[in-house]
Design a binder for this molecule. Structure first.
Ligand SMILES: C[S@@+](CC[C@H](N)C(=O)[O-])C[C@H]1O[C@@H](n2cnc3c(N)ncnc32)[C@H](O)[C@@H]1O
Length: 423
């Protein structure tokens, strides 16, 4: 495709995404379905340019105030994810001069928001929470996430899987914490590999794998994944139960549960029972009350821990949306807790960075529900012989109370989890 046509296509896609009416990944997929003319490399450039602009939106908007032509074209030039030589083929002499001037802007000439590229409300909260660690986090959130795979231990072993990937010219290394994980170099297409179609691997961030590990579901147990969605964690939990016992995968979104079905078929699991519920107090779940050995609440949240993958979320969330989510999170945790049997365990987790969706929810629950005794996440992970368990945790008097994963410290998405045992 001619550079000019590809640059204009990037600008057109940005025009749709920057309306923020729908999640960026959904807009990009719809765009590709409607516009069949793009090959795989062009699609990659279009998607990566869009994500680069979403990541550094404040910086690029500031630079785009100078220059000429349509705003989205200027943003696409600044975020262009292809080779500079190729881009040059699309630029006028004036645009080349402008881009050269933009490249020469030094960081000290920029205002803070143009360096961290976060909305003011979010930067303020993260600064209050993190202090000096705010800037390493902000920098970490501007990087694309690596591609992590989880080896399905029902079907494969990690070393052999790594060797098979190498045969397909895919380089990978073992993830540092999860015993199931492989971190792949680059972004190779995974879903046509025999390893993928046969269910030996799934794409899953190491942080998500750690949440499934933390649940420590055992063979033959009764387990509920209360907010199962498309089942990323369900599949990891089901495999850790060696496809025995019963694992209920509940969600209010039948659509998301539908996306679990093909993954379930590949996985070889026969212990998973997906069920759509109307809400967290649905009659259908009453009969499960007091019966579960393990309950995971992977609660709906702002998703701000996934900004490396979903940078549009920082522009789509707001203090009000976070406030509404915290109400829902409390209600779901309260209801899900009823399923836990005496001696059983409950986990509340999110992929948010914000204390109000995390520690605040866990502490409010602990204060109300004297029946549930906190278990230090660091201890649970150490008992599982997990590498460097203590470094993954924070909070409480010994700094081990909660699982607290950060992109800049652990190279995972941001995750939080609290664990309780019912008396
Ligand atoms: C963070 S996502 C779950 C991701 C999923 N566990 C995974 O690993 O792929 C949160 C899920 O909670 C679901 N949800 C929202 N409200 C709910 C409720 N009241 N009861 C159960 N699930 C709910 C959403 O539909 C969404 O799929």
């Amino acid at each position: 495709m001619h550079p000019q046509a590809l640059l204009e296509a990037c600008a057109a896609l940005l025009r749709e995404v920057l309306r923020f009416e729908h999640p960026a990944d959904a807009v990009v997929s719809r765009h590709f379905r409607a516009q069949r003319q793009f090959g795989p490399r062009e699609r990659a450039t279009l998607a990566e340019t869009t994500y680069a602009v979403l990541r550094r939106k404040l910086l690029y908007e500031r630079l785009a105030r100078s220059g000429s032509g349509a705003r989205e074209r200027r943003l696409a030039i600044l975020g262009f994810a292809g080779a500079r030589g190729f881009l040059d083929g699309a630029l006028s002499a004036q645009e080349k001069g402008w881009l050269h001037d933009c490249d020469a802007v030094a960081p000290q000439e920029l205002f803070e928001p143009e360096r961290h590229n976060l909305p003011a409300w979010l930067a303020e909260r993260l600064k209050a929470q993190l202090g000096a660690d705010f800037w390493p986090l902000a920098e970490g959130l501007l990087q694309p996430a690596p591609l992590d795979l989880r080896v399905n231990i029902l079907k494969a072993k990690r070393p052999q899987t790594q060797a098979q990937l190498a045969q397909a010219a895919i380089e990978s290394e073992e993830t540092p914490y999860s015993p199931w994980g492989l971190r792949v170099r680059g972004k190779p297409a995974i879903n046509r590999l025999e390893l993928f179609t046969s269910g030996a691997i799934e794409v899953q961030d190491e942080g998500s794998q750690l949440l499934a590990l933390l649940l420590d579901a055992r063979r033959g147990e009764m387990v509920t994944d209360f907010c199962a969605g498309a089942g990323g964690k369900t599949l990891a939990i089901g495999a850790s139960m060696r496809s025995t016992g019963r694992l209920y995968a509940l969600d209010v979104s039948a659509h998301r549960l539908d996306a679990l079905k093909p993954r379930l078929a590949r996985s070889g699991l026969s212990n998973v029972h997906p069920a759509a519920i109307a809400h967290e107090r649905d009659e259908r779940i009453k009969r499960l009350a007091g019966k579960m050995d393990r309950v995971l609440v992977d609660a709906p949240c702002s998703g701000l821990g996934t900004l490396r993958r979903n940078p549009d979320l920082k522009w789509r969330q707001s203090p009000q949306s976070v406030q509404e989510l915290t109400v829902k999170q409390q209600a779901i945790l309260q209801s899900a807790a009823r399923l836990v049997k005496p001696g059983g365990r409950l986990i509340y987790a999110t992929c948010s960075l914000l204390a109000e969706e995390n520690e605040a929810i866990a502490e409010a629950f602990g204060a109300q529900q004297r029946d549930f005794v906190p278990l230090p996440a660091g201890q649970v992970l150490a008992d599982l012989k997990l590498q460097q368990a203590a470094s993954l945790c924070a909070g409480g008097s010994d700094g081990q109370r909660y699982l607290r994963l950060w992109p800049h410290r652990h190279q995972t998405d941001g995750f939080f989890a609290a664990v309780w045992q019912r008396r």
